[in-house]
Design a protein around this ligand. Structure first.
Ligand code: DWN
Ligand code: SAH
Length: 406
């Protein structure tokens, strides 16, 4: 039996997705033969509330010099991170010569706002190719995996930080104890850690099971995050729900007793109890919902194929790797996946090997249906793709339900 990565209690899977490839493991035909897979099972720890993968690939397999995700591919996300940075700058950097550290800074989508304001900053980003984009923009970045040792090194070289930031990366890290210890070391006595990740409550409510893949070791709740940080003398002082990535939560953390705890932390914990995030049966229901979503999506795709319709995927997301391989979507059902990221184009999707083609091929020969794998960017994409719709093209979505959009 496996034990919880956070509190070490015994833990059982509530869903088994089978052997899965890497979410961002886009590959060439000569690599098909030795494609890596791992058993993707998810468990809920009834003792500390953490939802987690029971097995993880080694971090170097996922985060390296050919990492396929560049944060700057979404204009809306650039706007989101400008607003995030503005919030930090206006309310969390009171003293002279403040210092901001970001873990998982990728191509600099967040830190570019601090650099532009002349604020001392440091990005920690192990995937060399995306870190290089940030460095070329003039953003101070070290290519390493953050942990407690790296935190000690940063303090020795630069001093303690006013703010530690992380977006969509805390949930990626199985060795979270070392990260949280590092945050405690890094933060000034009145400094704050602010991080956001896909929120467990949204995933359960929307059956957005594609948020589960190799890189996403955890799905956090306010309850599980509070438990974790309390072990290191810190506490959650604020929570701010976000619409990004289909529903995320931003957590604000401080040393215990250093800053006031806002009342909606307790209110959100109460909401989590009301929707049953602490109950094992919630996760059994979630599993049944995943199975039913898979049946509906496959029935729809098979029906469209039998009627001779062309279906193309939109956005070769990491999330789509879970949908495609769990549902059994094959290249005869989805002709290709359109994506704007050069490093993904000309390759094939992990597992099912559906071709990934440049966005221009979508525009030049519109399909009858586009399967919206990048559903979390729906507003940005609908705005951009008005002429596909006007020309009679239809969108297929599967979150919160399988549907054809009118
Ligand atoms: O947590 C993570 C998030 C932040 O990013 C990482 N583990 C990996 C990655 O997850 P993802 O691949 O599911 O992220 P996105 O943002 O949903 O990916 C969108 C994909 O769609 C990118 O490959 C870019 C592409 N795209 C496009 O072709 N046209 C995106 C937009 C907005 C577009 O208009
Ligand atoms: N913050 C960006 C990128 C999220 S993708 C955004 O929200 O768009 C996750 C990123 O975290 C990747 O770039 C990956 O290389 C990085 N990462 C993974 N483990 C890390 C660690 N231990 N320390 C710092 N960055 C890490």
């Amino acid at each position: 039996m496996k034990s919880c990565l956070i509190c070490k209690s015994p833990i059982e899977p509530f869903i088994n997705f089978g052997n899965m490839p890497l979410g961002n493991g886009f590959l060439l035909p000569e690599q098909f033969g030795d494609e890596y897979h791992f058993p993707m099972r998810v468990g809920f720890c009834a003792a500390c509330g953490m939802v987690q993968l029971l097995d993880q690939p080694d971090r170097e397999r996922m985060f390296h010099e050919n990492y396929a995700f560049f944060s700057g591919t979404s204009r809306y996300m650039a706007h989101h991170f400008r607003a995030f940075a503005d919030q930090v700058i206006t309310s969390r950097l009171p003293g002279k010569d403040p210092f901001v550290v970001e873990m998982g800074s990728n191509d600099g989508i967040m830190l570019q706002n601090f650099a532009a304001s002349g604020i001392r900053h440091l990005g920690i980003e192990p995937s060399k190719n995306v870190a290089q984009v940030a460095i070329e923009k003039g953003i101070t970045t070290i290519t390493d995996f953050f942990d407690a040792d790296v935190a000690r090194r940063i303090v020795a070289e630069h001093g303690q930080a006013d703010a530690f930031l992380a977006a969509n990366v805390m949930c990626h890290i199985p060795y979270l104890h070392s990260i949280v210890e590092g945050i405690g070391i890094l933060l000034k006595p009145t400094g704050v850690a602010m991080f956001e990740d896909p929120y467990l409550g949204d995933v359960i409510e929307k059956t957005s099971y594609d948020q589960i893949y190799d890189e996403h070791t955890f799905l956090f709740s306010v309850a599980s995050i509070s438990y974790l940080f309390e072990q290191y003398g810190m506490e959650v002082i604020d929570v701010q729900p976000q619409t990004t990535h289909g529903g995320s939560m931003r957590y604000v953390i401080a040393h215990k007793g250093a800053l006031p705890v806002l009342p909606h932390v307790a209110a959100q914990k109460k909401k989590e109890q009301d929707i049953g995030l602490h109950l094992p049966e919630t996760y059994s229901r979630f599993r049944r919902n995943c199975e039913s979503s898979r049946e509906h999506l496959m029935a729809l795709l098979r029906d469209l194929k039998s009627r001779g319709k062309r279906v193309v995927g939109y956005g070769a997301t990491s999330k789509s790797t879970t949908i495609i391989n769990y549902c059994g979507i094959t290249p005869d059902l989805v002709e290709f996946i359109s994506d704007t990221t050069p490093i993904k184009q000309g390759k094939f999707s992990p597992g099912a090997h559906i071709p990934v083609r440049p966005y221009e091929e979508f525009v030049q020969n519109y399909p009858d249906f586009a399967l919206l794998f990048a559903w979390n960017h729906v507003h940005e994409i609908m705005e951009k793709e008005e002429s596909f719709r006007v020309g009679g093209g239809k969108w297929i979505v599967y979150v919160p339900q399988v549907a054809i959009l009118d």
